[in-house]
Design a protein around this ligand. Structure first.
Ligand code: NDP
Ligand code: X2W
Length: 401
């Protein structure tokens, strides 16, 4: 057996190496080889090899759009991740700055400075998180080296039908070949496809909170696919960090705003996922609202149950469907999910209630728009793509209150 001290010294190095920037793989491997000469037995050697193998899986990550909200959330989540190190970060207006000057809460992270995408060197990058505005994203992704794994947080690769993309996003799709390759990354629903994907289109925040409860219920024929009404509410960070008049404190505080009524661009994304589950065209009534809170999202969904189905059937089916999932949780009966129960975490909490109107049910689903609705799910997907346990770096207790 390896002595405790030899194993400890390796483990200490593993945690410290998060702090190195360049050449971390080589220097770690070198250090570990030196230490291996001290190993006495074959068992020690094999344990060492195992750790070295784990170490060599320290993938180099680029964060494109690191000066935005989802980019900074990726950086926060990766700060404690044992298998990744950030080697590249890009920005637009903030290019040339350090991350600590853009986000003082990240000042203690030892990270490269922000560079413009045109100056980015992808030679030391194995995978990228693309945290850029839609439209810009497809242009940038087209120019990335073809060996990179990509998780794109924008809407650019989510819609399979490029005609629908043009209709809802107001511009023709500029990277149609890549669109064909992209896998829609609703993790709990499409795990096998994500595992073997090179390019994953991370779902939108509203579509995540809506599809997680509805897809299993539709697949099991427990709800009617007509007359689905969805009322969603989002924190203001959902709109990104860019300055916009509509997002000023004076416009947001002390009020609720409906927006995108009948024409929000998440409608086709939601309908795409639900239609696939139903094997027929599903349409929904969806209205999003902006809430005076910085993060968090709730979708309240009104459905008609299938003939013979009860809310108990819906509840038991969802509970069973997600029983082995870490991040999607059915609360105990009658407990109402609140956005503050998932703040800063990758969890989606769901519950189902009988409506007063016979045969109708009310589903409440909450997520943090920046985590399960964006960067957390993106990390979950990259873990899968890299062959790392899916929950790595993501299991944390939500901030409360
Ligand atoms: N916020 C959310 O809750 C969610 C967001 N998304 C999607 O994720 C993506 C990122 O969102 P979010 O982080 O909120 O957005 P932000 O506006 O906060 O950040 C955008 C980032 O992109 C950079 N950027 C802007 N324009 C360009 C350009 N022309 N070329 C290169 N870089 C550019 C910005 O750089 P700089 O700051 O230096 O100008 C910044 O780093 C968007 O597509 C969004 O729709 C998806 C799910 C949820
Ligand atoms: C509050 C707010 O403005 N939210 C954004 C949705 C955020 C998101 O998921 O956007 P993408 O589809 O571009 O990734 C919106 O309604 O446009």
């Amino acid at each position: 057996m390896a002595s405790l001290s030899s194993l400890n010294s390796i483990c200490i190095d593993r945690s410290c190496c998060v702090k190195y920037r360049d050449g971390v793989k080589n220097s770690m491997v070198k250090k570990l080889y030196v230490r291996s000469s001290l190993a006495k037995s074959a068992t020690q050697n094999s344990q060492f090899e195992e750790i070295k193998a784990q170490k060599s899986e320290k993938f180099r990550i680029g964060v494109l759009g690191a000066s935005g909200y989802t980019g900074s959330e990726i950086i926060r989540l990766l700060a404690g991740h044992p298998n990744y190190q950030i080697t590249l970060m890009t920005a637009d207006r903030k290019a040339g700055q350090s991350i600590g000057s853009v986000f003082p809460h990240l000042v203690k992270q030892e990270l490269p400075d922000l560079v413009a995408v045109k100056d980015a060197d992808f030679a030391n990058v194995d995978a990228v998180f693309c945290c850029l505005p839609h439209g810009t994203t497809q242009e940038i992704v087209k120019g990335l080296p073809s060996n990179l794994k990509i998780v794109d947080l924008s809407a650019d690769f989510r819609l399979h039908d490029v005609g629908e993309y043009e209709e809802w996003y107001g511009q023709p799709h500029g990277a149609q070949e890549l669109q064909k390759e992209a896998v829609y990354g609703l993790t709990e629903i499409s795990r096998p496809e994500i595992q073997s994907a090179r390019l994953v289109a991370n779902p939108g925040c509203y579509p995540t909170s809506i599809q997680l409860p509805l897809i299993p219920l539709i697949k099991a024929n427990l709800i009617e696919v007509k007359n689905i009404i969805i009322d969603s509410k989002s924190g203001v960070s959902g709109a990104g960090r860019g300055a916009k008049e509509a997002n000023l404190y004076t416009e947001i505080a002390e009020g609720i705003h409906s927006y995108g009524v009948t024409r929000h661009r998440h409608v086709p994304e939601i309908e795409q996922g639900l239609s696939k589950a139903a094997n027929s065209k599903v349409t929904v009534s969806f209205t999003p609202h902006l809430m005076p809170m910085s993060r968090g999202m709730q979708s309240t969904i009104y459905v008609e149950m299938a003939s013979g189905a009860s809310t108990e059937d819906l509840y038991q089916h969802l509970r069973q469907f997600y029983e082995n999932e870490e991040f999607v949780v059915l609360l105990n009966k009658n407990e109402v999910p609140h956005t503050r129960h998932v703040r800063g975490s990758n969890y989606c909490l769901i519950n189902i209630f009988p409506d007063r109107i016979p045969r109708r049910a009310i589903i409440i689903s909450v997520i943090d728009n920046l985590v399960k609705g964006a960067s957390g799910q993106a990390l979950q997907n990259l873990n899968l793509m890299m062959g790392i346990p899916e929950t790595t770096g993501l299991v944390s207790v939500p901030l409360f209150p």
